[in-house]
Design a protein around this ligand. Structure first.
Ligand code: NCD
Length: 313
C-alpha cells in the first residue's frame, strides 16, 4: 500500500489524524464491505495477535473490533471486564498490565475508564495502541464511523449543519466528533444539552478558535430546521457521583417521531453511537432517516477493518 502514513501508528485522539488520513481510511471501506458480504477472511493481518483490553463495558465497539480483526486474518486476546479478570484484581499497576500484553501482542486496543489511559499505554509500549474510548475523554474510532456515515450520505464533511444532543460534558463520542469537524470548513454545530451537561468551556473555546461554529441551545424549540444530521447521545450514568443528579437529566431530551416531525427536514439523518436507554424512541426505528441501527453499526465494522488494515497491514 503506497503512502500509508498510518502504518505502525497509534490512535488515541481524533487529533492524531489528518484530513487526508481520514479519507485514506474511507477509501478502503467498499473493499471491506465486500469482504464481509462474501463471508471471506483476508490475510492482511495474518501472523499477528492483537489484544483487546476493555476495562469498561462494551457491546458494539468490542465485537466490531474483534470481528474486524478476525476478518482480516489476525488472532486476538480478548479481555472484557479486565479490572475484575486480570492481575489488576491483585493490585497490578496499569503500566505493568500494559507491558505484559505488549510482550505477547502486536497491537493493543484499549477501552479505559479514565481519560488518557490509551495515550499513557502508547507511551509505555512501542506497539500501536488504538483507543476504544477513554472515560469522558474521546472515542476516535466511533467518530470515524460517524464521519463515514455522514460522508456517505452527503458526500462532504464541510458546509454541514448538525445538531448534537444529550450529554456533551461526559460523552466521549461527541468530543471526538467535534474535534473531527473542526478539521473541516464551514461547519456549524448546534449543541443541545441540559445546562449541567454543557460541553466544557475549554473545549468550547478551543474548538471555536479552530474555526468550528458552535451554538449552544437549551430547548428543542431552538433547533434549526435545516440540519443535515441529528446526533443524539446517552446521558453517561457511570460518570455521575450523585445518582439523583443523573435522574434529573437522563431523559430531558427525547428524540421521537413527534420531535422529528416538528424540527427535522426530509433529509436530516438521525444518529446515535448507542447504547440508547430511552433517549431515542423505538417509534423512529423504521423511519428511513434513522441511521443508528442500519448504517452506523455496520459501518463501524467496515471502518475499523480499514483502519486496522492500514495500521497493521
Ligand atoms: C459509546 C461509548 O462507549 O462511548 N458507545 C459506543 O462505543 N458506541 C456511547 C455510550 O456509551 O453512550
Amino acid at each position: 500500500m503506497a503512502n500509508n502514513s498510518l502504518k505502525g501508528r497509534s490512535l488515541t485522539s481524533l487529533d492524531d489524524l489528518s484530513v487526508s488520513e481520514i479519507f485514506q481510511i474511507f477509501k478502503l471501506v467498499p473493499k471491506m464491505r465486500k469482504l464481509v458480504a462474501n463471508r471471506k477472511f483476508a490475510k492482511t493481518l495474518e501472523g499477528q495477535i492483537i489484544a483487546l483490553l476493555f476495562f469498561e463495558p462494551s457491546s458494539r465497539t468490542f465485537s466490531s473490533f474483534a470481528t474486524a480483526l478476525k476478518r482480516l486474518g489476525a488472532q486476538t486476546i480478548e479481555y472484557q471486564s479486565l479490572l475484575t479478570t486480570s492481575s489488576a484484581v491483585k493490585g497490578e499497576t496499569f503500566s505493568d498490565t500494559i507491558r505484559t500484553f505488549a510482550t505477547y501482542a502486536n497491537g493493543l486496543i484499549i477501552r479505559f475508564n479514565e481519560a488518557g489511559g490509551p495515550k499513557k499505554a502508547s507511551e509505555i509500549t512501542k506497539i500501536p495502541v488504538i483507543s476504544a474510548g477513554d472515560g469522558a475523554g474521546e472515542h476516535p474510532t466511533q467518530a470515524l464511523l460517524d464521519f463515514y456515515t455522514i460522508w456517505e450520505k452527503f458526500g462532504k464533511l464541510d458546509g454541514l449543519t448538525g445538531l448534537i444532543a444529550g450529554d456533551l460534558l461526559y460523552g466521549r463520542t461527541v468530543h471526538s466528533l467535534l474535534r473531527g469537524f473542526s478539521k473541516f470548513k464551514n461547519n456549524t454545530m448546534y449543541l443541545l444539552s441540559p445546562k449541567s451537561l454543557r460541553l466544557n468551556t475549554k473545549d468550547l473555546k478551543g474548538l471555536k478558535e479552530r474555526g468550528l461554529n458552535l451554538v449552544e441551545i437549551f430547548s428543542e424549540k431552538d433547533i434549526p430546521k435545516n440540519c443535515h444530521f441529528w446526533y443524539w447521545t446517552r446521558v453517561q450514568k457511570e460518570r455521575f457521583s450523585n445518582l439523583s443528579e443523573y435522574k434529573k437529566v437522563k431523559t430531558k431530551f427525547i428524540l421521537d417521531k413527534k420531535l422529528a416531525d416538528m424540527y427535522a427536514s426530509r433529509n436530516t439523518i438521525f444518529m446515535h453511537p448507542l447504547p440508547r436507554v430511552g433517549e431515542i424512541s423505538e417509534d423512529l426505528d423504521s423511519d428511513p432517516r434513522a441511521y443508528y441501527l442500519h448504517k452506523q453499526m455496520p459501518n463501524g465494522l467496515y471502518v475499523r477493518m480499514s483502519l486496522l488494515s492500514l495500521i497493521f497491514g
